[in-house]
Design a protein around this ligand. Sequence first.
Ligand code: ADP
Ligand code: MG
Length: 395
Amino acid sequence: MEHREGRPLIDRVRLARTFYQRYGREPRLFRAPGRVNLIGEHTDYNDGFVLPMAIDRETVIAGAARDDRRVRVYSLNADEAVEFDLDHPGEKQRGIWLDYVEGVAQSLLGRGVRLKGADLAVLSDVPVGAGLSSSAALEVSAGLAFVSLSDQQLDRVTLALAGQQAEHVYVGTMCGIMDQFVAALGREGHALLIDCRSLEATLVPLDTSETAIVVCDTNVKHELSSSEYNARRAECERGVEMLREMMPGIRALRDVSVAEFAQHEERLPETIRRRCRHVVTENERTLSAARALQDGDLKEMGRLMYASHRSLRDDYEVSCRELDVLVEIAESLGGVVGARMTGGGFGGCTVNLVRREALGEFEQVVSREYTRATHLNPTIYVSEAGGGAKEIKDS
Ligand code: ADP
Ligand code: MG
């Protein structure tokens, strides 16, 4: 099990040394974390609520400003150097990691931030493509580096929005705002309740002294995820149109309470009814979960997580066998308080609340039983709720 106790994860000395060897100057260091969503799945594009936390894995960028308009970037992870010119934007959606870095620079320029050229080096221990949002960690750390090295100021919400815009325009992924938001605004020991309509974010204390947050990666990603994602979005929109006949004021499923939905659901065709039911109930569960965390009631939080999983599995139909197997194994263990799939679905990760004294058994049993059922190995990460993007000044 990959578990580190509160020590810095990325070797800042190694990164700074690599930077110096490559560019012959001393860098400043900036970091942004990956994230896991505790609850609130497929609610973001319905103007609803999400409750993610930053994890203690991070992307760190070493950087120094240049006098010209060039940006040179070296990724130690990719062992690859790329460069671009701030005044001559490159082609979009090339399908390479430069898209994320150049994309965020262009988003910032588009927002009127006066950027200087820069030399950058990137090192990350957020696993890539595992659903822990290495992409937002890269965008937000790069964005913070660009802004800071240019002696500019930018509020965290705009920083997050610039990262999301990079993902939309330069990468070509129509993601919600959750990942960049929590990468920019996360806080140690807290989850972040985000209202995806107003973009209001509320820190919610998360006491993990007795219960750990454990992420299990199925290590599968089924192909249908993007086509199914678009289909779910369309079904939700259709549901809103139909519900509007009874509830003319609504703009999104966010505006429908569980009680109102129960009143009108009969009028919706079966599939759309189930899709909408997931979103409406998930919004309520997410708000309840934030209250449960606030009250230190992890048992209630766990109950809501199990209910979320069932809703995603049966009503929204975005789970898959591997995710269900992981949740079933977790649910069978005494020391597990809650478990659910997290992220878009069709593979990716589950998130689990596990009592600390049961962590050893959890790892053993989950690895053994998951492999027995699927012939795959899971990857298991224990994470504290980490902090958001910042300049690292103490190393
Ligand atoms: P996720 O965000 O779930 O990890 P994505 O597919 O959204 O998965 O983003 C992963 C992509 O982000 C990688 O394929 C790569 O292009 C880019 N990336 C993330 N971290 C780094 C890094 N340290 N160096 C270079 N590219 C990175
Ligand atoms: Mg991503």
